[in-house]
Design a protein around this ligand. Structure first.
Ligand code: NAD
Length: 542
């Protein structure tokens, strides 16, 4: 074992490349896109470090170009999940016995591979597979994932450094054990970085994992798995399976060695899994850890003192980047009557400039939504708003003939509790309620009570009193609260991310608070000169 108290290099956020015309990264990215489009790849599951194929091949198409086939993935059933669990359990002892700085090195190396030689391969996979523009892919699939890897190992060290006091004659120590059993990581389609973070955060602390990415994120998940294996991740530590969600969910949650769930996705899926865990509790050897980040109905609340240009820009970026498919996307805005004409004018001016189309054309700010199910769901809200007589201020048009394209859509509602102000739509639809200036306080109440979620929210005001009032009144309304900024774009180590209420367990991805959930500390007390007489002084005769 090593002799030395090692220090993880102090991490910095990964710089974001601009992809401006003439930049070397733009040329490299275009080459990577051409290369990915020029061939069809076959994507296996990875169990115990080995590729697993089945006879069920599923085609992968870019959401913005349905005629094109990027490749195929192999889909499995219950047996592959059982194999993945067995592999995770077999790998457990060697992995937890590996010294922590060796585990850390593997993830630091993975970060360097992603930031360097794999950068454009990963961007191409995310852009084509999930329909992200170059900037949206760069901030997610590269920068955020690199940050998760580098900062998480740093937080791991900080956790290990937390040691108790000792008094004369003894030494107290804390030993941060991994959980006893395997972890199930279930990730969503919309962030490649979350796909990477959910299995690696528990793994770096010595846990072994079964990872089920969303089927619409498999292309980029495959690139990440390639990176992990090249970085030296031992066989069986992270096992990636492609199945129906419920097949992986039910198989893992019925297993006696299930020790924890690391989930990001919709409220409905998380609630289902939580209930399953409750129903299976008697089967388990431990009380499993449950960490889940779910949906949002994120607000922009504007005070009459706000700067209208800042408001309009936050509405455009906050609501429509990545087609509004961010848990943090602004999806309801409350604008005072006095500012509405100016905000409306700027909003329409900017939205007219937004181009919607394929990712290969870099002038497109928006691309396609992820799949047919999402397309139908989002457009059903637009149709409903039209037929319910809500004003469609902008957009409202959609077309799935070549890809799942939906124009940025702004609905001005006549009822602040209208369905599009309440439910998560997860698409490019922003609902606006225009309130009488005198009703600021009533509007605070509306913001707080209209949706069951509590993920992100922003207040725009120049008045400090209004900022203080909003901060206090909306105390539980958002786990990530923004003042004069859009409610999206949290950065690892700067704005640890997560919300409460129906938005999840708020364990703050990209922080020590998340990692702490994947350890089970053992307190150790060593006494150097143990007592050899059971009697205490008070028992002696006067
Ligand atoms: P989803 O709930 O449909 O799917 C998430 C994952 O769960 C997928 O891998 C899916 O296959 C799997 N799954 C579905 N049913 C399952 C079951 N019965 N057992 C086990 N796994 C099952 O979500 P999505 O559409 O991929 O992602 C969008 C949702 O994720 C939105 O609600 C969004 O707000 C949320 N999200 C939240 C955050 C956050 O940090 N709060 C971040 C990203 C996305």
């Amino acid at each position: 074992m090593p002799n030395g108290v090692f220090q993880i290099p102090i991490p910095q956020n990964e710089p974001i490349y601009s992809y401006a015309p003439g930049s070397p990264e733009r040329a490299e990215l275009k080459r990577a896109l051409d290369e990915a489009r020029s061939r069809q790849i076959e994507i296996p599951m990875i169990i115990n470090g080995k590729p697993v194929l089945t006879d069920k091949k599923i085609a992968i198409h870019p959401p913005h170009d349905l005629e094109h086939t990027l490749g195929y993935y192999f889909k499995g059933g219950k047996e592959v999940v059982e194999d993945a669990i067995a592999a995770a359990l077999d790998a457990r002892h060697a992995w937890q016995a590996m010294s922590w700085e060796q585990r850390a090195s593997i993830f630091l190396k993975a970060a360097d591979l992603l930031a360097g030689p794999y950068r454009q391969k990963m961007n191409a996979a995310t852009m084509l597979g999930q329909s992200k523009n170059p900037f949206q892919s760069e901030i997610d699939a590269v920068c955020e994932l690199v940050d998760f890897l580098r900062f998480n190992v740093y937080y791991m060290q900080e956790i290990y450094e937390l040691q108790p006091e000792s008094v004369d004659g003894l030494w107290n120590r804390m030993d941060y054990r991994p959980l006893e059993g395997f972890i199930l990581a279930v990730s969503p389609f919309n962030f490649t970085s979350i796909g990477g973070n959910l299995p690696t955060a528990p793994a770096m602390l010595g846990n072994t994992v079964v990872w089920k990415p969303a089927h619409t994120q498999i292309y980029s998940a495959h690139v990440f798995m390639e990176i992990l294996l090249e970085a030296g991740l031992p066989d069986g530590v992270i096992n990636m399976v492609f199945t129906e969600g419920a097949v992986t969910g039910n198989t893992c949650l019925e297993h006696p060695d299930f020790a924890g769930l690391h989930f990001t996705g919709s409220y409905g899926t998380f609630a289902y899994l939580w209930k399953k865990i409750g129903a299976n509790l008697d089967r388990y050897k431990v009380f499993p850890r449950i960490v889940g980040e779910t949906g949002g109905k994120d607000f922009i609340l504007v005070h009459p003192s706000a700067d209208v240009e800042a408001v309009a820009t936050a509405m455009v970026r906050g609501a429509f980047e990545y087609q509004g498919q961010k848990c943090s996307a602004a999806s309801r805005a409350y604008i005072p009557q006095s500012l509405w004409p100016a905000v409306k004018e700027l909003l329409i001016r900017d939205l007219k400039e937004i181009k919607v189309g394929p990712v290969e054309d870099f002038s497109n700010f928006m691309n396609a939504v992820i799949d047919e199910h999402a397309f139908k769901n989002i457009t059903s809200y637009i149709d409903r708003a039209k037929s319910d007589g809500q004003e469609i201020l902008f957009g409202g048009h959609y077309d799935s003939s070549k890809g799942y394209f939906i124009d940025p859509t702004v609905v001005v509602v006549n009822d602040p509790k209208y369905v599009t102000m309440e439910e998560e739509i997860f698409g490019p639809v922003l609902s606006v309620y225009v309130y009488p200036d005198a009703e600021w306080k009533e509007t605070l109440k509306l913001v707080d009570e209209t949706s069951p979620y509590g993920l992100t929210g922003a207040v725009f005001a120049q008045s400090r009193d209004a900022i203080i009032e909003a901060k206090e009144y909306l105390y539980q309304a958002a786990g990530n609260f923004y003042i004069n900024d859009k409610p999206t774009g949290a950065v690892v180590n700067q704005q640890p991310f997560g919300g409460a209420r129906k938005s999840g367990t708020n364990d703050k991805a990209g922080s020590m608070w998340n990692l702490i959930r994947w350890v089970s500390p053992r307190s150790m007390k060593e006494t150097f000169d143990p007592p050899k007489d059971f009697r205490y002084p008070f028992m002696e005769e006067e």
